[in-house]
Design a protein around this ligand. Structure first.
Ligand code: ATP
Ligand code: MG
Length: 571
């Protein structure tokens, strides 16, 4: 083997490695690949390693752009293969180093997670994984009025269902003493003051870009005493405000609130604290002190970015690479706890797991699988462009997952009876899926069947159709019930194939969720029911299983009171 050949191999793999790792190829990684590739030619590692060392140095000295151009012409398949193996469509992170990326997902424990949270959590988690980094679950529980114990566990349970795993977890409320110390530091520096104005006056001041007298009077030492009084007793009113820029065009910078008194009992700290940091303060401080390198938040916070960086800079704390992505919105669905809560409180939905809701629990009940949510989120990607997507996008991804893995059965909506003259007694063995390894079910047939009304209505005397998987029938009489005669077993091209049940069936109700909002208003017509007969085998299906009812759609089965009920997933 010529050195030339080794060099060519080394060059390809060095370029590939460099492109995927920030422009710098790793000698060991490249050597490993070259050794594996040339093993069959009998080349030894001793011959390869020195060549790789030289090539890696050369490759690392050329620009990322040139690396890419060269590999594109030399071995474009190496660009492809790497991408496929990663199954990952998020763009590379700026300033990201392998092993050093730390991300976090910071839900407020004030409700159940929805598909918008899934977007955030999956992006956070995936980036940590891609960069061999760390992913933190942080409960942003600094509003005791909203935080409830049940939600901490429920949110974790839902994340696990999604397949998101975290390396560590904590509550922002664990760090309140630290927050108080940092607040004190700001006060002492003259960077924060205690404001005693009414909330109306504060609002008005912000609107008119006018400072209040508190900014002068209650700053430095004067503020410190008051701050301590405030911490000691909830009777002392006031808020701590950042000495920001009242003249700024960005209203977020007009002396934002850092701490306020909230007297409610906190689910974890009880009545120990009553002075609570705002999102601006707690978010910035926590991201920094917990070592997060790449915090993401939704675009609506963009205006608050200067507040985030100002707080950290005044406290002399490390500033992470804050990044934004667009909020996920779905047409006709409330992808926000704020919009979901009133629906529950007004009794318009049955609860957090109502099948019309985009909560993870609602989606799960409906038969949307976590893999589909993940793929949908990654497909949507990272764009900052605000857009409202159609739920059919989630459905089409979900369909791909279900199609290959769920069993198929017959369900006859709005059944119409069919009597077949001369019907042969049969023992039909019908496969549960085109993939034969999934097995079959056996149905004994006589002369009575049920077929869907929708099909029955189209039939005329003389028409021939096929009872799917069984035999052909020629219609002799139509009306409230149908009569027909046996018309042979052979498949006749172009004949309608219709699903059926015998008189050995189970009645089944299928709940069909629709869009819960029409524009901005609740759609009272958002839930439908489909009544029908399912073949007997369906009664033996495990509750929670998703099946495909042929020619109807995918349905998840659950128990409601004592009855088996189907939830319509999608076509
Ligand atoms: P909600 O209106 O649902 O309460 P929120 O942003 O107040 O939304 P949090 O529990 O504070 O809810 O959010 C935790 C994380 O999830 C945040 O980083 C937030 O940006 C993100 N997130 C929430 N809703 C969406 C959404 N619709 N699309 C993308 N990310 C979201
Ligand atoms: Mg929130």
């Amino acid at each position: 083997m010529s050195t030339q050949k080794i060099q060519t191999e080394a060059r390809k793999f060095a370029l590939q490695n460099a492109i995927f790792f920030n422009g710098k190829a790793n000698e060991k990684a490249v050597a490993g690949k070259v050794i594996a590739a040339l093993k069959k030619d009998g080349v030894t590692p001793a011959e390869i390693i020195p060549v790789v060392a030289k090539v890696v140095t050369q490759v690392n000295s050329i620009s990322a752009h040139n690396q890419l151009t060269e590999l594109t012409s030399l071995a474009p398949e190496l660009l492809q293969r790497e991408k496929k193996a990663r199954d990952f469509s998020l763009p590379p992170l700026p300033f990201a180093e392998k092993g050093k990326v730390v991300t976090r997902f910071p839900p407020e424990p004030n409700g159940y997670l929805h598909i918008g949270h899934a977007k955030a959590a999956i992006i956070d988690y995936e980036y940590a994984r891609i960069y061999d980094g760390k992913f933190i679950l942080r409960f942003d529980d600094t509003n005791p009025e909203n935080a409830h114990l049940e939600f901490y566990d429920a949110q974790k349970e839902d994340l696990r269902w999604l397949g998101v795993e975290w390396d560590s977890e904590y509550h922002t409320s664990d760090h309140l003493e630290t927050h108080y110390k940092l607040a004190e530091q700001l006060i002492k520096q003259g960077d924060a003051y205690l404001c005693k104005c009414t909330s109306e006056a504060i609002k008005e001041g912000r609107f008119n870009a006018k400072t209040c007298s508190c900014r002068e009077d209650r700053t430095g030492e004067a503020a410190l005493d008051l701050w301590k009084d405030m911490l000691a007793s909830p009777e002392v009113s006031g808020i701590l405000r950042l000495h920001g820029e009242m003249g700024s065009d960005n209203t977020a910078m007009r002396d934002p609130t850092l701490f306020r008194v909230i007297e409610a009992e906190h689910p974890l700290t009880g009545d120990k604290y009553h002075v609570w940091p705002t999102y601006d303060f707690a978010g910035a401080v926590e991201d920094s002190i917990s070592g997060v390198t790449h915090p993401f938040r939704t675009k609506e916070y963009e205006l608050r970015d200067p507040v985030y960086f100002r707080i950290l800079s005044l406290l002399n704390l490390r500033a992470p690479h804050l990044m934004e992505f667009s909020r996920l919105s779905i047409e006709g669905m409330p992808v926000s706890k704020r919009k979901i809560k009133p629906l529950i409180e007004q009794g318009l939905v049955t609860g957090f797991d109502d099948v019309r809701l985009p909560t993870l629990r609602g989606l799960k009940r409906r038969g949307i699988v976590p893999e589909a949510i993940k793929q949908f989120v990654l497909q949507q990607g990272f764009s900052k462009v605000e857009s409202v997507v159609d739920f059919s996008l989630v459905e089409s991804v979900n369909r791909k997952f279900l199609d290959s893995r769920v069993k198929r059965y017959y369900f006859v909506p709005n059944p119409v009876q069919l009597s077949v003259d001369g019907a042969p007694k049969k023992t039909a063995k019908l496969s549960l899926h085109p993939d034969a390894t999934m097995g079959e079910r056996t149905i004994h047939t006589g002369s009575t069947f049920f077929v869907p009304k929708e099909d029955a209505q189209k039939m005329k005397a003389g028409d021939v159709f096929r009872l799917k998987g069984l035999y052909n029938v020629r219609i002799t009489k139509t009306g409230d019930t149908l009569t027909g005669t046996y018309a042979g077993d052979e498949l006749i091209p172009e004949t309608a194939k219709i699903q059926w049940t015998t008189d050995d069936h189970i009645p089944l109700k299928i709940i069909v969720p629709g869009l819960i909002f029409k524009g901005e208003t609740f759609n009272p017509d958002s839930l439908h029911e489909l009544q029908g007969y399912a073949e007997k085998a369906v009664s033996g299906i495990t509750v929670g299983e998703i099946v495909q009812f042929e020619r109807v759609g995918f349905v998840r089965l659950e128990k409601q009171k004592k009855d088996l009920v189907g939830i319509f997933t999608h076509k």
